[in-house]
Design a protein around this ligand. Structure first.
Ligand SMILES: [Zn+2]
Length: 259
């Protein structure tokens, strides 16, 4: 089995026992590292702590957009953490815009979220760190505008979904996307795999988010990454070994992962 890296997982959202089981199972599943994004300040603290115990945990610090905005206090604490711990985290994330929350409640004002996101983008530029984005469908062009405005190029749109024009713009700008286990059964994602260059692609579980199809009823775990690599090779008609190598190198280089 070839080595893989989970480019996006919420490790702190699993129970303590599940976290232990996942970390213990990584070697057997040939999973070399986990890029662990934070949802908020508490989450960032937990992940930094976990990364000090287990070097395969590569933390990212951010504030997930699909929730109420952070208090001023939490915002400044996050900024402080970003400045102080800059050698201990690999990226800024998960950040972005609240697409699904707005679907449920269209009255939510987007402006405050854009403002917060712009702060994180500025920070990414200032600290020269990659940024992990949650920005789908019509939110993606707004985020592209912001990235272009601040000349931030190391952008990873995780679990991306969007229109053809935006996909082309993202490819041109050198942005990366990552593919989740839903590529086994979602035609929208299968088309994206066919249209996006392998050189700008990574794979992720977004665990503990649950999946359907062959994964129905299973706890989302990094060993599912192998099924994604196989599906990408099948859809792109590429040699499986080449796909594994490219995905691995992309993630390692994008996140500047060292052992
Ligand atoms: Zn996520």
């Amino acid at each position: 089995m070839r080595a893989v890296i989970d480019a996006h997982i919420h490790l702190d959202m699993y129970t303590q026992e599940q976290q232990t089981r996942i970390l213990q199972g990584l070697d057997d599943a040939n999973v070399e590292a986990l890029v662990c994004v934070s949802n908020h300040l508490r989450s960032a603290g937990k992940l930094l702590e976990l990364s000090k115990k287990d070097g395969r945990v590569k933390p990212a610090i951010g504030y997930h957009p699909e929730q109420v905005l952070p208090t001023e206090e939490e915002q400044s604490a996050l900024c402080e953490l970003l400045d102080q711990e800059s050698s201990h985290f690999v990226a800024i994330g998960e950040v972005g815009l609240p697409y699904y929350m707005r679907k449920e409640n269209p009255d939510i004002s987007l402006n405050a979220y854009i403002e917060l996101l712009e702060k994180f983008i500025r920070k990414a530029a200032q600290l020269d760190k990659p940024i992990v984005l949650h920005a789908v469908y019509e939110d993606a062009p707004i985020v592209c505008d912001l990235l272009e405005k601040h000349n931030v190029k190391k952008a990873h749109f995780h679990w991306f979904k969007g229109d053809k024009q935006t996909v082309e713009r993202m490819i041109r700008n050198g942005y990366y996307i990552s593919i989740t286990p839903d590529c086994l059964y979602e035609t929208e994602i299968q088309q994206l795999i066919q249209n996006y260059p392998l050189e700008q692609m990574m794979i992720e579980t977004d665990g503990p988010w649950p999946f359907e199809g062959e994964f129905h009823g299973q706890l989302t775990c990094p060993n599912m990454l192998h099924r994604i690599a196989e599906k990408i090779a099948f859809l792109k008609k590429f040699d499986l070994g080449k796909v594994y190598r490219q995905l691995y190198n992309n993630t390692k280089e994008f996140y500047n992962l060292t052992d």
